[in-house]
Ligand binder design. Structure first.
Ligand code: NAP
Ligand code: ZN
Length: 349
């Protein structure tokens, strides 16, 4: 067993603190990764604070992992020492179930999340990327294109794929009008990736305070949802709306912005159910859908797409000792646009 250093939540109400734990000895198909950077996703906060229930403590959050391969097991063929790699939201998935589909394995039972989960043995806890190293099965390791710096590439592993997947699935591209609700960590990647796919992207934000950024990221239009006129002006406009907000907003109002046959896809996770009126859907053959991250195959496709188009998240690099303050700032939407932890700042053992 190798000793790893990291930061952990020990309880829903306590700040994260330094934590030492063990990583398994690499097996034949494992890749050992020296973690250089890890993005701070709003889901880390939801789970560290047990906002979705069932949190497992101590919890080392982090599923936007970027690092360098330091060792590989004898059966590993895709990676070698020195490679730039990433790990996203899951590190294993079911291999036995009848409905197994490796192209949508994020929706299959048996998914093992990168943290706040247990391995396939049903007992060993998984620990995430707020740490110095990780041991991951080859099939769950992603290759990060060499032209993407690791610090800025890290948030692609969750924020990037979470937006890429629905944009690709609902065929965003030339001639399609796409709206992104909320321009935070996820939302700003929706703008960049959607624009690179050729779609006409509009940001629906609480205010116009980030308008210049949104237009610079590739949006064609930017509206404040605090202004009631926005909903009148944009009624019946969009083919696709991606909602990245985790607060309880009026989905009926946003559904009215869809064209006939348009789809609104939920990505953010509000704590409480949000009521939807049947007429919001019936009156336009509209779809209300959800989407969760993406498969390993699609995540690699997204990384290659971002490498080809030089698409990178906007980040604020932080010292790990500032993680608790960073959480507070994410909650206040006071981050431009993703915090990324510089793992070189981990305290020495
Ligand atoms: P984030 O950086 O905090 O961004 C959320 C954005 O929502 C904010 O920047 C803000 O944008 C908007 N917002 C915040 N409070 C709001 C309010 N009260 N009313 C309306 N809008 C509000 O968070 P994130 O990391 O992007 O994650 C967003 C959500 O997606 C979280 O719930 C997270 O757990 C979830 N998530 C889902 C998946 C998935 O696979 N489906 C993957 C990762 C994360 P404006 O300032 O522009 O309004
Ligand atoms: Zn995430």
């Amino acid at each position: 067993m190798a000793i790893a250093r990291g930061y952990a939540a020990t309880d829903a109400s306590k700040p994260l603190e330094p934590f030492t734990f063990e990583r398994r000895e690499p097996r034949e198909d494992d890749v050992v990764i020296s973690i250089k950077y890890c993005g701070v996703c709003h889901s880390d906060i939801h789970q560290a604070r047990n906002e979705w229930g069932g949190s497992i403590y101590p919890m080392v959050p982090g599923h936007e992992v970027a690092g360098i391969v330091t060792a590989v097991g004898p059966n590993v063929t895709k990676f070698k020492i020195g490679d730039h790699v990433g790990v996203g939201c899951f590190v294993d998935s079911c291999v036995h179930c009848a409905s197994r589909d490796v192209d949508v394995e994020q929706y299959m039972p048996g998914l093992v999340q990168t943290y706040n989960s247990v391995e396939a043995d049903g007992t060993t806890p998984t620990y995430g990327g707020y740490s110095d190293s990780m041991v991951v099965k080859e099939g769950y390791v992603l290759s990060i294109p060499e032209n993407l710096p690791l610090d800025r590439a890290a948030p692609l592993l969750c924020a990037g794929i979470t937006l890429y997947s629905p944009l690709a699935h609902w065929k965003a591209g030339p001639g399609k009008k796409v709206a992104v609700i909320g321009m935070g960590g996820l939302g700003h990647m929706g703008v960049k990736i959607g624009a690179a796919m050729g779609a006409d992207v509009t940001v629906l934000s609480q205010s116009l305070s980030k308008k210049d950024d949104g237009l610079a990221f590739g949006a064609n239009a930017y509206y404040a949802t605090s202004d009631a006129e926005t909903f009148k002006t944009l009624a019946g406009t969009f083919d696709l709306i991606l909602c990245t907000v985790s607060a309880e907003i009026d989905w009926n109002a946003y559904l009215s912005l869809l064209k006939v046959d348009g789809a609104m896809v939920l990505l953010g996770v509000p704590e409480n159910p949000v009521p939807v009126h049947a007429f919001s859907l019936i009156g336009g053959r509209r779809t209300l859908a959800g989407s969760m991250i993406g498969s390993i195959k699609e995540t690699q496709e997204m990384l290659d797409f971002c490498g080809k188009h030089d698409i990178l998240p906007e980040i604020e690099l932080i010292d790990i000792k500032d993680i608790n303050e960073a959480y507070e700032r994410v909650i206040k939407s006071d981050v431009r646009y993703r915090f990324v932890i510089d793992m070189a700042t981990l305290p020495k053992a």
